[in-house]
Design a protein around this ligand. Sequence first.
Ligand SMILES: O=C(O)c1cc(=O)[nH]c(=O)n1[C@@H]1O[C@H](COP(=O)(O)O)[C@@H](O)[C@H]1O
Length: 281
Amino acid sequence: MTGLEPFGARLRRAMDERGPLCVGIDPHASLLAEWGLNDDVGGLERFSRTVVEAVADRVAVLKPQSAFFERFGSRGVAVLERTVQEARAAGALVLMDAKRGDIGSTMAAYAESFLHKDAPLFSDALTVSPYLGYGSLSPAVALARETGTGLFVLALTSNPEGGEVQHAVRADGRSVGATMLGHLAAENAGEEPLGSFGAVVGATLGDLSSYELDMGGPILAPGIGAQGATAADLPAVFGGAVRNVVPSVSRGVLRHGPDAVALRDAAERFADGIRTAVTTG
Ligand SMILES: O=C(O)c1cc(=O)[nH]c(=O)n1[C@@H]1O[C@H](COP(=O)(O)O)[C@@H](O)[C@H]1O
């Protein structure tokens, strides 16, 4: 299979050209209502298309959250397919937020669902959970290398419950989250300008200076906006690794819809805040 240019290189270029902001497409029932849309497939389609038309030509990454589409069954998934295709056609990289994770052979099928070039949901990258063991992800790593796509591996998540798993300390004295970052460093070794295997690290987590965040790949940083973190927090949380951070905002932007100009302005305000924080922080 002939792949695309490696995801990490494509992402680095998009971040440099457009700024690093990722906008999440999370069509919550409450947002559909706020936008004056029905909580049905028609509302879902209208919502997703509005977000894509408003920002896909200017942000580096769009991250549709699969759960909000799966809620409507096969017709919702058909909307997700169109959303991915339209976002990619407008020049955004699409990170499918489906947080897949299973034993190796099933993981291979999940990987094919999103990272095989002929898959209807083909995306530039996929969020995955390593909590069946990092090695269980190896079929997805292999397919991503082949197709020029990427993975974002949950390492230190933004939710307060994550700590009981991710901060647990192993027999070798390292935490589980730190171990995941170590696996990613090995995966990205020698990749320039940026590896294709990213970590998810919440922007809500405060000082992370005890972690090796600089693991050669991108860091997806959700938690800005509705979960309380701000762009100004990024340098303190991520230190020198901030240059590889892709800050992610869903409700903080989406609540400004349905007006496309208001959505675009909201995304631009976050992008400006990130630029200021990263250059002066
Ligand atoms: O992988 C993610 O995107 C993710 C990881 C994480 O640790 N925390 C987290 O909030 N997310 C996702 O990021 C989005 C956050 O949405 P907002 O809080 O509305 O910005 C949701 O789609 C979450 O599923």
